[in-house]
Design a protein around this ligand. Sequence first.
Ligand SMILES: CC(C)(COP(=O)(O)OP(=O)(O)OC[C@H]1O[C@@H](n2cnc3c(N)ncnc32)[C@H](O)[C@@H]1OP(=O)(O)O)[C@@H](O)C(=O)NCCC(=O)NCCS
Length: 391
Amino acid sequence: MQYIPGLAGVPATESKISFIDGQKGLLTYRGYDIQELAEHSSFEETTLLLLFGELPTSDELARFEDQLRNNRRVKYNIREIMKNLPQTTHPMHMLQVVVASLASFYPSTEYMKGATENQDYINDVTVKIIAHMGTLVAMWEHMRNGYDPIEPRTDLTYAENFLYMVTGEEPDKNWARLLDAILILHAEHTINASTFTTMVTGSTLANPCSVISSAIASLSGPLHGGANQKVIEMLEEIGEPENARAYIEERLKNKKVIWGMGHREYKTKDPRATILQKLSSSLLEGKSEELSTAFKTALEVEKICEELLGHKGVYPNVDFYSGILYQEMGFDVGIFTPIFAVARSAGWMAHWREQLQNNKIFRPTQVYTGAGKSCYLPVHLRGKGSAKELM
Ligand SMILES: CC(C)(COP(=O)(O)OP(=O)(O)OC[C@H]1O[C@@H](n2cnc3c(N)ncnc32)[C@H](O)[C@@H]1OP(=O)(O)O)[C@@H](O)C(=O)NCCC(=O)NCCS
C-alpha cells in the first residue's frame, strides 16, 4: 500500500457538481464557466444550479428566493446562545457553535433514524442553513461589539441583506452586485478540505447542521479559508510596495508560506483570483491613496512571487484578492473567512445531498508505522524512560 500525504491526487468520490482544470486555470459549476456565472448570475441562482444541476426557470428561482428571504430570521433562543458567548469569540467559532446548535432547533427524528430519503426535510434544512448563515455572521458583527443585531429584511437579495445587516445602511447596488459576484466565486470548489469534511461527516448520516458545523471548522484554518485574513495582515505588515521583495525573500528563506499563494489543484493562477483582481482594479480606480496601497503592494507581491515561486506552480489563489475587496467594503478582517463560509454553504449542501444519494461511510485505511507487539509490564516494574516520563 502506498501512502499519499494529504491524499493529493487521490479521488475521494465521483461528483457532478464542479470541475477544475488546474493546468488551464479553469473552474466550472455544473458545466458553466465561473467567469460567466460571476458576470451574469446571482448567488441565489448559482446555489440552485449547484443543488439541482440545472439553471432554474424564473418561477423556480422566485420560489427559492422567497424561501431564503423567509428563513433569514433566527429564533430568540439562538440569539440567546450567541449572547452568552464571550464577545471575543472569533466569528468562525461563533458560526461553528451556532450552526451546530440549529440541529436542536430544527431536529428530524426521522432523519436521525436514517430515513435519508425524506426530501422535504432535506430541502427545508438546506434552505434554513443557507439562509441563516448570512444572518448569523451579520448579527455577530454587532453583538461582538456590544450592540443589538440588526433585523434581516425580506425585500432584499441575499447579498443586499447581508450588506444591510452588517452596515445598518441602505445597501449600495454596486457594492451588493460585487458581493454577489464574490459569493458566486466562493460557492463551490470540488473536493477541498471543508467539502471533504462535509462528505465524511455526512457519510455517517449525522444531522446536516452538525455536518455543516464540521465543515466550518475545517474552513477556519489558515491553510484553507482562514488565508484571506492572513493575506490582509501580511499586506499591512509589508506596507509600501517597495518593502515587498525583502519581506518575501526573508519568509522564503525561513521556509514560511506566502499567504494567498499556491493551491493543490492549480498550477497556474486561480481563475477566481483573476476575476477578483479585475474587480479590485475597476473598483479601486480613483480611490484614496491609503486604500490603494494594499492593492499596489498585492500586485508587487504577485510579481515577485511569480519570479520566485512560479517554477513550482505557485500563483495567487482566491484568497489573495478577496481580502482587499472586503476591506474596501468596510468589513472587519474577522468576518473575511465567515463570508467565505456563507458562500461555501451552497457547495457544502450540494455535496451533502450528492453524498446521501449514493452513501457509503468513509473509512479509509492506514499504513501502520508504530511499535511491534509489546509485552505489558505492571507499573512498579517499569524503569526510567517509560511513557510517563515522556509526557
Ligand atoms: C494551499 C497549500 C496548502 C497547498 O499545499 P500543497 O498542495 O500541499 O503544496 P506543497 O506544500 O506541496 O507545495 C509545493 C511546493 O510549493 C511551495 N509552496 C506552496 N505554497 C507556497 C506558498 N504559499 N508560499 C511559499 N511556498 C509555497 C512549497 O513549499 C513546496 O515547495 P518544495 O517543493 O520546494 O518543498 C499551500 O500552497 C499553502 O500553504 N498556501 C498558503 C495558504 C493559502 O493561501 N491557503 C489558501 C488556499 S485556497
